[in-house]
Design a protein around this ligand. Structure first.
Ligand code: PEP
Ligand code: MG
Length: 902
């Protein structure tokens, strides 16, 4: 029998052993350091401890078996490579211990620099630095400070305080004025602070320092701010962080040293060029701390031409290798360039499109890859109007871009005032510390919402996004005083009525009125820019990528539109039909009176007269829509909401009647109306007499609508057009409901269409859970299904959709019960499962069943992917969302064919 050899699990990878595709295991930073090492770029040597080791530690509270030995082996080879030993008194190797998760979590986890320094190696470091004592002692005090704070939880302020003390004693405010002796004294003070808080001396043993630092980085995965960040960014909690142990290089060894960051293209606009900042004689932390001002990277050419040229060469190489915009961090140690980090860089929505287009032109990627690299959320951002900031508008504050758009208006501090001013036709910006459900009316009335507290999932942010309203949240530079009706920012006081401008994309806040300009992308979709002659690089890129998405996608994209104007706009935006025409708005305005007559009718004659009066009006509505959608399918939904919605509100009517009675006026008509309103009052109207139930209870109502649709279709067709109506029955839960309506509708259609050639389909919404679960039966009576995912979500979760988002969703998001409102993005596991079951069972019963979706989810990027995957034929969404859905439908094809290359 062959000897059993136990293969030890590998927890540590030398940089030379990894590559950029191992992000799950090595984290983003580690994988990219490995990639650069293997490209032969100048990366300080080091190794990465895997996320698996981190997870094992976090699960058991102990380093996994074998980890310590593997670290020892890799450290040894690092020492061999560097010709130095960790913490050696004469010629020490120092290392940094850096976190690095799969997804970038900037500043959320820990890093410890200068590990390996102690009372003896500090002398060796000074010698290495050419006798630079000051540098060595400064490095040592930084280690004790960072190590104390991150590894041993010593309160950071104590170190800060000691540093301030030292500066005060020296009579200076600048760290750089402290000399070697001052810093040596500070090291003593720091050690005392360390001992006082930990009950032990600062560890002098380099390997112990290293082990404790690694452990601290593991633990920082579960730091409160990291947990919060993950929740907000929807990063899974179980990924863990890798730990990178890297030989230290120093950018603060004199004027021939320095540190910087750079992008290979402009991450704001996508323009080609060199973008970056450089700080001579400094370490990375100094750049972050903003103690001194950086200079543009181009200045490095004058300071150190060799390093500059080498850096540019590396940047070009990285772009070619990653085939994308890269951002990098580098350090120059006495004229020698070192690459500390690279990754595919973050960019604005505009830059994402522009860069993807450029890379296609440069032959680095193909159009599939370009399509993969942009997304619908970015496209949606580009469709909002923007501020025109070409003159001197400086933001006074920067919060979180919580809901995109550019809003300008008069400041108000209360919901009531917002409503008042808006009623006078003013644009207002509602400013609050944070909002709560009581602010809902004000939020509806306002052009934009600005809060000084709260993040991306605060009440203000969530509700504003739901309303599509511009919102900046968490602008904490604002000192908001609601009772005094003012806020102060940057030394200025802003009172009620003053004008501010807020940018919900960037989170920036401006005083005064910043001019707003329309989106070029919308102008392009509107057809006012000729795609063949576009010189705007953004629009050109959008055009190319959209054209490619259209060629790729299988899902058709329709629109939800109730008017000819909306239909026309959606068609310009690329809609391929109407997926939902809600007929109820057609019953409002001056037609309300006719509806009232219908509802109050006491006899068949009265009812028929009211329906006869409504018929021609409805027909005209449909003629207009069929004309705009000539040749394309139009799904018209029969009336859905409870009829009492078309009557005056109960309380108001009761008061009016009482007042009129008091005055002795004749109120017979009002009394009849009041009685009807009382009779029709429902505790839960959304679960009451609505949808198909109305059609079954009010004789002739649906028949009138069906007749109007059929007559309109015949009229348009006879006039040379082509109308393709699809009649949709709402709120069906049982096939018998649909069968009854269908029999009546078919009779009317047969009467009307005659030999006109018009074909009318009859189908149903699937928006009641029971309908989804009995879809096989329902399909026997339906030529199409359209998923009403708004109601399906409402009834699936038992959430009243008009109430819950403003009332408590912020709390659900905060608790992580869901990462996004299920009304915004389909709940795949629950509501999505109902859709999947209904699609499968419906198709099994009727193979040519047409399947679509017309709930709000039809325009949500993630949901579009889901609907593609489930095999629907089309999605339908509001006109403005049509381009987003087209783009995502194209991207969904790439996803299922697995072209994910990043
Ligand atoms: C739905 O329920 O998803 C739907 C489209 O209908 P409405 O939103 O009009 O209830
Ligand atoms: Mg519905």
């Amino acid at each position: 029998m062959a000897a059993q050899e136990t293969v030890e699990h590998k927890y540590v990878y030398d940089f030379a052993e990894g590559n950029k595709d191992l992000k799950d295991l090595l984290g983003g930073k580690g994988a990219n350091l490995a990639e650069m090492t293997n490209l032969g770029l100048p990366v300080p040597p080091g190794f990465t401890i895997t996320t698996e080791a981190c997870n094992a530690y976090l699960n058991t509270g102990q380093e996994p078996d074998g980890l310590a030995d593997q670290i020892a082996a890799h450290l040894e080879s690092l020492e061999r490579g560097m010709g130095r030993k960790l913490g050696d008194p004469d010629d020490p190797l120092l290392v940094s211990v850096r976190s690095g998760a799969k997804f970038s979590m900037p500043g959320m986890m820990e890093t410890v620099l200068n590990v390996g320094l102690n009372d003896r190696s500090v002398v060796g470091l000074s010698r290495q630095a050419g006798g630079n004592d000051r540098f060595a002692w400064d490095s040592y005090r930084r280690l004790i400070q960072m190590f104390g704070k991150t590894v041993c939880e010593v309160p950071g302020e104590e170190f800060e305080h000691a540093l301030d003390e030292a500066k005060r004693a020296k009579g200076t405010k600048n760290d750089l004025d402290l000399d070697a002796d001052d810093l040596r004294g500070l090291v003593d003070a720091y050690k005392k602070i360390f001992a006082k808080h930990t009950g032990r001396e600062f560890p002098q043993e380099p390997r112990e320092q290293l082990d404790l630092a690694i452990r601290a980085v593991f633990e920082s995965w579960n730091a409160e701010r990291a947990i919060l960040y993950r929740r907000q960014e929807r990063i899974p909690a179980d990924l863990g962080t890798a730990v990178n142990v890297v030989a230290m290089v120093f950018g603060n060894l004199g004027p021939d040293s320095g540190t910087g960051v750079a992008f290979t293209r402009d991450p704001g606009s996508g323009a080609q060029g060199i973008y970056g900042d450089y700080l001579a004689n400094a370490q990375g932390e100094d750049v972050v701390a903003g103690i001194r001002n950086t200079v543009p990277l181009q200045e490095l050419e004058k300071l150190d031409k060799n390093s500059y040229d080498e850096l540019l060469g590396i940047m070009a190489r990285l772009e070619e290798h990653y085939k994308d915009l890269c951002d990098i961090e580098f350090t120059i140690e006495r004229g020698k360039l070192w690459m500390l980090q690279t990754r595919v860089g973050k960019r604005t929505a505009a830059a994402a499109f522009v860069i993807a287009g450029q890379l296609v032109d440069e032959g680095l990627i193909d159009l599939d890859e370009a399509l993969h690299r942009v997304n619908g959320a970015q496209l949606a951002q580009l469709m909002f109007p923007r501020f025109k900031l070409d003159h001197d508008f400086e933001p006074v504050a920067k919060g979180i871009g919580a809901s995109p758009g550019a809003a300008v208006g008069k400041v108000v501090f209360t919901s009531a005032r917002a409503v008042e001013l808006a009623a006078e036709g003013e644009s207002v910006i509602l400013v609050r510390r944070e909002t709560n459900p009581d602010d809902l009316n004000g939020m509806i009335a306002a052009k934009g919402i600005l809060t000084s507290r709260g993040g991306k999932t605060s009440h203000a942010a969530v509700v504003a996004r739901g309303m599509g309203k511009t919102c900046v949240s968490g602008a904490d530079e604002l000192d908001v005083n609601i009772p005094a009706k003012k806020f102060t920012v940057a030394g200025q006081t802003v009172s009620e009525g003053d004008i501010v401008s807020i940018d919900g994309t960037t989170g920036k806040v401006y005083l005064g009125e910043v001019p707003v300009m329309p989106s070029e992308v919308v102008q392009y979709f509107e057809g006012s820019l000729d795609p063949e002659h576009i010189d705007n690089p953004l629009v050109r890129a959008v055009h190319r990528i959209m054209t490619h998405a259209d060629a790729k996608r299988r899902l058709r994209v329709r629109t939800n539109a109730d008017t000819g104007a909306d239909a026309a706009r959606a068609r310009r935006f690329g809609a391929e039909g109407i997926g939902l025409c809600r007929t109820e708005h057609m019953f409002l305005g001056d037609r309300r009176e006719l509806v009232e007559r219908l509802i109050l009718a006491n006899t068949d004659e009265e009812r028929e007269a009211a329906l006869d009066a409504l018929l021609p009006l409805q027909r005209e509505d449909f003629i207009e829509i069929f004309r705009e959608m000539d040749g394309l399918p139009v799904t018209v939904r029969l009336i859905d909401p409870p009829l009492h919605e078309f009557l005056p509100p109960l309380e108001q009517l009761a008061v009016n009647v009482a007042v009129a009675q008091e005055r002795g006026e004749d109120v017979a008509k009002e009394e009849a109306l009041l009685a009807a309103v009382r009779r029709m009052h429902e505790e839960n109207p959304m679960l009451g007499l609505r949808g198909v139930r109305l059609g079954l209870v009010i004789p002739g109502l649906f028949a009138m609508q069906v007749r109007a649709i059929a007559e309109a279709a015949v009229a348009v067709t006879r006039a040379g057009g082509s109308a393709c109506p699809e009649i949709m029955v709402p709120l069906v839960g049982a096939v018998q409901e649909l069968e009854t309506v269908r029999a009546e509708a078919e009779k009317v259609i047969a009467e009307v269409v005659g030999d006109s050639g018009v074909e009318v389909l009859i189908g149903t919404m699937i928006e009641v859970p029971r309908a989804a679960l009995t879809a096989g039966q329902i399909a026997e009576a339906a030529q199409f299904f359209s998923f009403g995912t708004n109601d399906l979500t409402q009834m699936g979760w038992g959430f009243s959709r008009d109430d819950v988002e403003g009332a408590f969703f912020w709390r659900y998001l905060e608790l992580g019960i869901f990462g996004i409102s299920p009304f915004e993005s389909i709940d795949r596991e629950g509501v999505g499962r109902l859709v999947r079951i209904a699609a499968e069972e419906g198709r099994a019963a009727r193979p040519d069943l047409k399947l679509g979706v017309c709930g709000e989810h039809g325009g949500d990027p993630d949901s579009v992917h889901f609907f593609h995957e489930v095999g629907l034929d089309y999605v339908s969404c509001s006109p403005f969302r049509v381009p987003v859905a087209r783009l995502e439908a194209g991207r969904a094809v790439l996803e299922t064919t697995g072209s994910d290359s990043r």
